[in-house]
Design a protein around this ligand. Structure first.
Ligand SMILES: [Zn+2]
Ligand SMILES: [Zn+2]
Length: 276
């Protein structure tokens, strides 16, 4: 496996490679989700908000996301140079250097720390003095689509991209753990902005619904009203800080009770929550 500390490519090659990987991930997954889910009438009962999205929304999301991918890649290039030339970060390649237990547990630790970083920076971005400048662009997507997943103002992109460098200054990060958190976080990002709630009974009737966020959870964050549901992977911080949307808690209860109802019944029920 490649050793991040001894990778010898030019910063430009690194930035171009990271940009290409963002392009493939963003357009590959967003287009796939759009074609397979948004374009199929059979998925309509699963749409969180039945209202159509404004005509130009997806175009402006793609424009903004393209800028985000450029900034993410340049930030990645800066981390690459600071690590390669100055050894700032604690990336490592030898799986035995900190023991196998640490190697296996560190992805979980990275996810928990990322969730904490996301929750508190997200709440900061909703401060009235910060919101207009930093976070309003993302919330211009009142009803998110898969293309919203990278639609950030450049300052928000900078804040989001600082997580990995900050954490890698503090704790050892193996390449496998890094790859895991990068791909898992993108999957959660895409699910949060999917616009269609696809989790089935297996999810709503299990402990997972108590712990993990869902498409509906983040969709409610984008809808109007008092700002709630700031969490990313988990409901943990919103529950502790009492910032969870009560409408989401009702949807959750109804989903649990809806075992015997059809999808359409569940959607009707959810729409009445949205209207309220
Ligand atoms: Zn927000
Ligand atoms: Zn969002």
């Amino acid at each position: 496996m490649p050793d991040l500390n001894h990778l010898s490519i030019s910063p430009f090659t690194y930035i171009a490679t990271e940009f290409a990987s963002h392009l493939v991930r963003y357009f590959g997954l967003a287009i796939t989700a759009y074609v397979l889910i948004w374009k199929r009438k059979s998925f309509l009962p699963h749409k969180v908000d039945p209202k159509p999205v404004p005509k130009n929304q997806i175009r402006s999301e793609i424009m903004q996301s393209s800028l985000t991918m450029i900034i993410f890649s340049i930030m990645g290039g800066c981390v690459y140079v600071l690590n390669h030339d100055y050894g700032w970060f604690r990336f490592y390649a030898d799986a035995h250097q900190y023991g196998l237990t640490y190697l296996i547990l560190s992805p979980i630790l990275l996810v928990l720390l990322h969730d904490t970083y996301f929750y508190w920076t997200h709440r900061f971005m909703h401060h009235p003095k910060v919101f207009k400048l930093v976070h309003r662009v993302h919330h211009q997507s009142y009803s998110p689509t898969p293309f919203t997943s990278y639609s950030f103002h450049m300052l928000e992109t900078l804040i989001d991209s600082l997580y990995i460098p900050v954490i890698s200054l503090l704790i050892p990060v193996h390449l496998y753990a890094l790859i895991f958190v990068v791909f898992y976080s993108y999957a959660i990002n895409l699910i949060g902005h999917l616009g269609y709630e696809l989790y089935g009974k297996w999810f709503w009737n299990s402990w997972m619904a108590e712990v993990f966020t869902t498409t509906t959870f983040h969709h409610y964050h984008h809808l109007g009203g008092p700002k709630t549901n700031f969490g990313f992977y988990f409901r943990f911080w919103d529950r502790i800080c009492q910032t969870e949307d009560p409408r989401y808690q009702k949807v959750l209860q109804n989903r649990k009770q809806a075992s015997g109802l059809s999808n359409a019944d569940v959607r009707t029920d959810q729409s009445s929550q949205l209207a309220g």
